[in-house]
Structure formats: structure tokens, C-alpha cells
Ligand binder design. Sequence first.
Ligand code: DGL
Length: 271
Amino acid sequence: MSDRPIGIFDSGVGGLSVWKEVVRLLPEENVIYFADSAHLPYGERSQEEVKAFSEAIVAFLVEQGAKLVVVACNTASAAALYYLRERFSIPIVGMEPAVKPAAKQTHTGKIGVIGTKVTFQGLLFKRLVERFSKDVIIHTCACPGLVEMVEEGILNGQEAEERLRDYLLPMLAEGIDVLVLGCTHYPFLRGVIEKVAGPKVKVIDPSEAVARQVKRVLEREGLRCTRTRQGEYRFYTSGSPEKLAHFLRRLLGIESPVFQVKWEGLSIKLA
Ligand code: DGL
């Protein structure tokens, strides 16, 4: 039993799609969230850089008392998940594109996955392809620009639709009937993604499944909190606290102070 917080991080606001499901499923848990907006987008960086940032962020979350960390970022999971599990003794829950459920649900035998370049280059995704490409054809598309659009709060409208059309039409023309959101920023674009993909394409967002995995791991490790009242939430960002506070208010209906942190080399200090 532990009242220490769960730590969740992403390159920016994307991991809040996972945060939302974690706090819905585990409302009594304390949660701290870290948005590394100073280094966004991770998907356009090298694996080594993303790994170094991820290590420093987990160290910071551990310093803040985290009992478990959720890497709420497919890109950081691709670059660092195995390493983080070796390096830290607390449980680390990561993310990978939900190819397995997509392979189960497709009727056409063709699935689409959208994510970042680093996610598609990583070992986690290579293993998924090795495992499932016997059964289904997997079409992938790295989608530069979508992450920045979400960070700016552009979640619908003409610009969003045009970009998604560019990215999705080729795989839709190939006959995919399931589309996996392989980046945690994309659930915030779900409305426009569904509009472009059309009603015959099922969109899969793994956030709920990740929250269930967090619950299972906490129970297995005897780390569930003992309190029955609502948990407390804390938010840190290496970018603009006002911007994150605005996003929290607008998209999640949360009024919360946001703490600013600063990178000093590869360590993180409270500003
Ligand atoms: N949200 C991150 C993910 O799930 C990626 C964002 C980025 O490129 O910074 O992959």
C-alpha cells in the first residue's frame, strides 16, 4: 500500500490522454504529470536524445516520490522503455501502438498505424511487425506537424482536416478498416480523424488499456493507495506553465497550478 503518487510523462500535452484514463480508473491515486514541452517534438529527434531526456524525467519523478511511472509517449517508450526498466527499480508502464487489438478486429486484413518516425524505427514496433505481419498488412504513416498542432490547441477545422487527409488517404485507399493512434497526442484529434477516415474505419486509442495495466501493476506490486478520497494532481512543464494551464482548463476542465521546471544539461530543476 502506498500513498505516493503515480508519475506520468510525455513530450508535451499528449500524455494527458492517458492521464485522463488513469485518473478516471483510479480516482483516489495522487498523480504527477510532466510535460517536456521544451524538447518537443520527440518524434523528430534521435533515439539517443529521447532516451537521455526520458531517463532524466524518470529520475525527477522518482525524486518527487513516484511509486510507478507511466511513459505516456509512444516515442519515448520506443527509444527508452527497456533501458528505463533496467535503470530504475520502480515499475515502469510503457506504450506501444495497439497492433494486437487492431489485428483482431480487422475484417479486410489491413490496418493503419499513425505515429512518429522514432516510434516506427524502434525495437518495440519492429517486434510488433514481426509478430503480426503474417496475419495482417500493416500500413504506417509518420505524421509530422500533428503533435505541434495539438500543442497549439488546433484540434479541428480546415488545417487539421487537410493535414489528416494527406496522411490518411493513401492508407484508406489501400483498404484499411482499423486505424491505430500510435501517438498520445492524436486522441485529441479523434473527431477530425474519424471524420476523414469515415464510419467504416474503427479508430483504436490504447489509453484505457494502459490505465488498466497501471491498475494491474499497482495491485500486483501491493502499491495501491489506501485513501478513499479524491487524489491530488500536480503538473510540471519545461515549457510555458500558462499554456499548459490553459490546455488543462479547456480540454480537461481542470483548474490547477502548473509548476515550471528548467533543464540544466541533463538534469531537471524546479524553477
Ligand atoms: N506524444 C508522443 C507519442 O506518443 C510524441 C510526441 C512528439 O513527437 O513529441 O509518441
